[in-house]
Ligand binder design. Structure first.
Ligand SMILES: Nc1nc2c(ncn2[C@@H]2O[C@H](COP(=O)(O)OP(=O)(O)O)[C@@H](O)[C@H]2O)c(=O)[nH]1
Ligand SMILES: [Mg+2]
Length: 379
């Protein structure tokens, strides 16, 4: 399951964002934990294509893509040295596939700021520094374990390549630079995959604004420019307002949005961007029994896609029948096609073939976001 951990300083709006994400009817499951267990929720990834496939096929079961969001306790300055929840907090971060980093831009005299002033760029850096020091701690532990092994005779010594790489990364981190900027190759990343480094995780930065902050926001812009140079994605959201909106009935919500001249909820964009940031794409399987969105890596091939459905499909893979959602929608979206009723399962692929939009693809085919796929296999 894909996990996205919400990080940020105390009182920056993490729980607010968690509620924005989960309380709009798309929540599948949520369980509040105690003080040490964070809140978690499994959230459907909004996808208009999936919704229209469900409308067209009217399946017995509809299974969208999901991401789990985890609302972590605030990360204080010096957490890596044990301040606040310290290391137990950081262990929850390490099990996340990606980070949603919330930064406070909103002014609110009733909500104290742990650093006593509003400064989004500074706040982002404080959290980044804590993540860097936690990664440094992991490397130092590993290096001292390997050095210990060397002394006790007869034991397998540390792999010299590993030691060399870790030392290089250690120097890099000591300059307070994140590992994502260390020029680590894909092969090295693979070798390091057991470490769950926090500064290697994809990160989406959410600037939490107050709805009154509609004019130019120099502080927010300073952070955005900085992040853009670093190649990190960011987006702005009115946390409190969106949380209030998320709790309204859809029709009432629409009225409020009209009154406030808000065209689009940030929520859907946030979940969508988080999904993309995770480096994932969806392909669809369709039929009258089930319409389902499957999650794979951007870059996966047809056999990987088959394997996501079932290992037998990957093992006995012969061919993938593929039609892009857009082609399918052009044929069927506006109601039916003389060649076949989409609800009749297989007829869909046959009709698409007759229309010349069905492709037969082999093992090496790189699956595209929004492909509708049927695997031919034999085991
Ligand atoms: N005015 C305003 N207050 C906000 C906004 N987002 C959060 N807050 C308030 O800030 C406080 C802390 O928010 P919370 O989500 O609990 O922060 P957390 O500690 O990061 O989980 C709460 O009282 C929120 O109502 C916002 O966009 N505007
Ligand atoms: Mg909170």
């Amino acid at each position: 399951m894909l996990k996205c951990g919400i990080v940020g300083l105390p009182l920056c709006g993490k729980s607010t964002m968690f509620n924005v994400i989960t309380r709009a009817g798309a929540e599948v499951k949520s369980y509040a934990g105690g003080k040490t267990e964070p809140n978690r929720a499994l959230v459907n990834v909004p996808d208009a294509r999936f919704d229209s496939l469900v409308r067209i096929f009217e399946p017995k079961k509809a299974t969208p893509a999901t991401v789990e969001f985890v609302d972590l306790a605030g990360l204080s300055r010096d957490a890596s040295k044990g301040a606040g929840l310290g290391n137990s907090f950081l262990s929850f971060v390490s099990e996340s596939d990606a980070l949603l980093h919330v930064v406070r831009v909103f002014e609110n005299a009733d909500v104290p700021h742990p650093e006593n002033s509003i400064d989004p760029l500074r706040d982002w850096r404080i959290v980044e520094t804590e993540l860097i020091y936690r990664d440094l701690g992991v490397i130092e532990n590993r290096l001292s374990r390997l050095a210990g092994k060397k002394k006790s005779a007869g034991q397998k010594q540390g792999d010299p390549d590993e030691v060399e790489l870790l030392k290089k990364l250690q120097d890099h981190l000591l300059e307070e630079r994140p590992l994502r900027e260390a020029g680590i190759s894909d092969a090295q990343k693979k070798a390091l995959s057991g470490f769950t480094f926090l500064t290697l995780k994809p990160e989406l930065v959410v600037l939490n604004l107050d709805e009154k902050q509609t004019g130019p926001q120099p502080q927010a812009e300073a952070l955005e420019v900085f992040l853009k140079e670093k190649g990190l994605l960011s987006l702005r959201l009115f946390g409190s307002l969106e949380m209030d909106l998320a709790q309204l009935e859809p029709t009432v919500q629409a009225e409020f949005m009209k009154d406030l001249s808000i065209e689009e909820l940030g929520r859907d964009r946030l979940i969508h961007d988080a999904y993309r940031m995770l480096g994932r794409i969806s392909f669809f399987t369709t039929g009258k029994d089930e319409v389902r969105a499957w999650t794979i890596y951007d870059g996966d091939n047809a056999v990987d896609a088959a394997g996501a459905i079932h290992s037998d499909l990957a093992r006995g893979f012969i061919r993938a029948q593929v039609v892009s959602y857009d082609d399918f929608f052009r044929l069927y979206g506006q109601g039916g096609c003389s060649h076949g009723d989409p609800k009749a399962g297989n007829a869909t692929m046959t009709a698409c073939r007759d229309k010349g939009v069905l492709r037969l693809e082999g093992k090496e085919y790189r699956v595209k976001d929004g492909d509708m796929i049927e695997i031919r296999f034999n085991v």
